[in-house]
Design a protein around this ligand. Structure first.
Ligand code: GAL
Length: 654
């Protein structure tokens, strides 16, 4: 694994570049991402290309033996460009144009903007494609950030009408597929279709899911346009994009399919305070991030990148964009780096080299302070870089896990769009809770797409596959794995309506049950079963010609099993989830160890790493050490059996 950093030479006097580059080397960094927001400096006026400074910046980094990741600048079209054609701007759901003056203001559907992107990316790729310093290219920056995946502009509407025509063929087919007879929503013509916002009350869920699919396809084609140009001029270089955390606004498997590597941007403290739902966790982990948040995304993006995953931006200190922005616990920067390694990262790169003293992100920490002095993270990054080299000789090939969690972006959307008002049920939070339960039990989890080869797995979990998927059901049937379906599985068609055969739709091929009623529950309500399982948020009534394993107080069944398939018809609370998954692991003859809430253990090849996310020291007992292949003869490669908060231990197993 290499370490790197995001750098903005255009923010600093040129006289400082060489010193910065030397300093980066001193910290053990070997990769530098540059350029992704520099359009106004690369082309200050139409067709006035100013690449000399970038030539010199790249050469300076190259002279210091740093590899460069060059970003395309398309996330920040400059003022002159936008003012020349305001149709390039995106429009939000209130019909408000997204003004120039920050970033990501463009609309993916604007054809004139695509032409401009094609032009600037071609120029850059022609000039730098074969530059020896540049080993990778990043397309754009964080597709979808600041709610920009979906635009409601005229350009988007026109493209959507065309997409509908290509997808459905005839307007009658579309009307039927969407159920437009309801409320007289039928169209005579594709040109009558609008965007699914601004309606008096909720717009048709089919319309919304179709708009989501369309928007996702727009991002894919926007990205592919750049990838194709880069591939043509920059042979042998990796093409990557930096995806975000806790983000499901488009199908990342689909977009990443055109890339060599899926990289992502990890801000564990920002995510916890911005996206976290659980106050207790927010208090406990405010300086560490949730113990399963980073690893969840590593595993997800490793799947998106078909085995190849980088961290393009890793949080080094307080950020500026969450509701509150605490400093990481000392040690966490090193811990997050090692954890990324344990989950297969090839690169961990920090955001950013030096804190900017001006503009929007002046309150965002970097590895160095605005005056150039090292900030706290610099020391930990140096330690990490050294340790990675020190342990590089230990075999560290990634191995397939025994447990797979199928992740489905369209399923997430379908569940999100209509749930009838179960506002505490969030499909992404739920899928993360399932992942977390398995991780607390000490097992590795591969997150996989619904199209992945499922044959290697012994236990397969489906927690956000709300869209009925016959191909997936057949794939699952062919495996010999035990299967666990959670509520809402297969409860919608691809057009976001109820499947003819009722939920779980095509998954009835695996378990012969029917969901005849669903209910969403107030946050304060917990429903308890005879066997002391507790459920929250959501519950379903299931019809089956066999008995449930357990029963709620009001007689509704809970947990149905047929053959090797289990259907869990309510959202278990975390202890229940852990209990249910533990029982499935036993069934599959997979050993597990309950590590408790704070300790996590990950294995990469022969190296095993333990991480303490909790507020107190953790002592690794002998049974845990033995379970994870610790041998007294070799001892600890890093740390010891007693792990302080924010610390790690590592050992080599045979
Ligand atoms: C990311 C973005 C960076 C920077 C960073 C701050 O979302 O890609 O450019 O803004 O957040 O945390």
């Amino acid at each position: 694994m290499k370490t790197g950093v995001c750098y903005y030479p255009e923010h600093w006097p040129e006289s400082q570049w060489a010193t910065d580059a030397q300093h980066m080397r001193k910290l053990g960094l070997s990769m530098v991402r540059i350029g992704e927001f520099a359009w106004s400096r690369l082309e200050p006026k139409a067709d006035d290309y100013q690449f000399d400074w970038l030539d010199r910046a790249i050469d300076t980094l190259h002279d210091a033996k740093l590899e460069v990741i060059l970003g395309t600048p398309t996330a920040t079209p400059p003022a002159w460009l936008i003012r020349s054609n305001p149709d390039m701007l995106a429009v939000d759901e209130n019909g408000q144009t997204r003004e120039f003056g920050s970033r990501r203001h463009y609309c993916f559907s604007s054809q004139p903007y695509r032409l401009e992107c094609e032009r600037i990316v071609t120029k850059l790729a022609q000039r730098y494609g074969k530059h020896p310093a540049i080993s990778a290219w990043q397309t754009d920056n964080e597709y979808g950030c600041h709610s920009t995946s979906i635009s409601y502009s005229v350009a988007a509407l026109n493209a959507f009408q065309l997409w509908c025509e290509q997808t459905y063929g005839s307007i009658d087919t579309l009307n039927k597929a969407w159920g437009n007879v309801f409320w007289s929503m039928e169209y005579n013509d594709f040109s009558q279709i609008g965007v699914p916002v601004g309606t008096v009350t909720e717009s048709n869920p089919a319309h919304r899911l179709a708009y989501w699919r369309f928007s996702s396809a727009q991002i894919k084609s926007f990205n592919k346009l750049q990838v194709d140009i880069i591939r043509q001029h920059a042979p042998g270089r990796d093409v990557v994009h930096n995806f975000m955390g806790n983000f499901v606004e488009f199908d990342h498997f689909d977009v990443a399919d055109d890339l060599d590597v899926a990289s992502w941007d990890n801000y564990p403290l920002g995510f916890l305070t911005r996206d976290g739902t659980n106050e207790e966790d927010q208090r406990r982990y405010f300086r560490t991030g949730h113990p399963d948040s980073s690893s969840f995304h590593h595993d997800l993006y490793r799947a998106c990148g078909k085995g190849r995953m980088w961290l393009m931006e890793q949080q080094p200190g307080p950020v500026n964009w969450a509701p509150y922005n605490p400093a990481p616990l000392p040690g966490m920067v090193r811990l997050w780096g090692w954890e990324a390694f344990a989950h297969g990262a090839e690169v961990v790169s920090y955001f950013r080299w030096r804190q900017a003293p001006f503009a929007q992100e002046q309150m965002h920490a970097g590895l160095c302070l605005p005056n150039g002095d090292e900030d706290d993270a610099a020391v930990e990054v140096k330690v990490l870089s050294d340790e990675i080299k020190q342990l590089a000789h230990i075999e560290h090939n990634m191995q397939a896990a025994d447990v797979a969690l199928v992740f489905d972006y369209a399923g997430d959307q379908a569940a999100r769009i209509q749930q009838p008002d179960g506002r505490h049920y969030d499909p992404l939070v739920f899928v993360q809770r399932v992942y977390s339960a398995a991780r607390q039990l000490g097992v590795a989890v591969d997150i996989v797409s619904s199209q992945a080869d499922l044959s290697p797995y012994k236990l397969i979990l489906l927690a956000n596959v709300a869209v009925s998927d016959a191909a997936l059901a057949s794939q699952l049937e062919k495996t010999s794995a035990h299967i666990m379906l959670f509520p809402r599985s297969g409860s919608k068609t691809t057009e976001c309506s109820v499947p003819k055969q009722l939920a779980p739709g095509a998954f009835q091929q695996l378990i012969n049950i029917k969901v005849s009623r669903v209910e969403s529950l107030p946050a304060s309500v917990e429903l308890v079963t005879e066997k002391k399982s507790t459920t929250i948020d959501w519950r379903e009534r299931v019809e089956a010609d066999f008995a449930a394993q357990d029963v709620f107080e009001d007689g509704w069944g809970f947990h149905y099993t047929q053959g090797r398939t289990h259907y869990i018809n309510a959202c278990p609370d975390q202890p229940t989830l852990i209990k249910l998954i533990a029982a499935r692991l036993l069934e599959c003859h997979l050993d597990y160890m309950d590590l408790g809430p704070d300790l996590r253990i990950s294995k990469r090849g022969k190296l095993t790493l333990a991480f303490n996310y909790g507020p107190k020291p953790v002592h690794l007992p002998n049974d845990i050490l033995a379970h994870f292949g610790y041998e007294n003869t070799t001892g600890f490669a890093l740390g010891s059996a007693s792990i302080s908060p924010g610390e790690i231990a590592a050992w080599q197993s045979s």
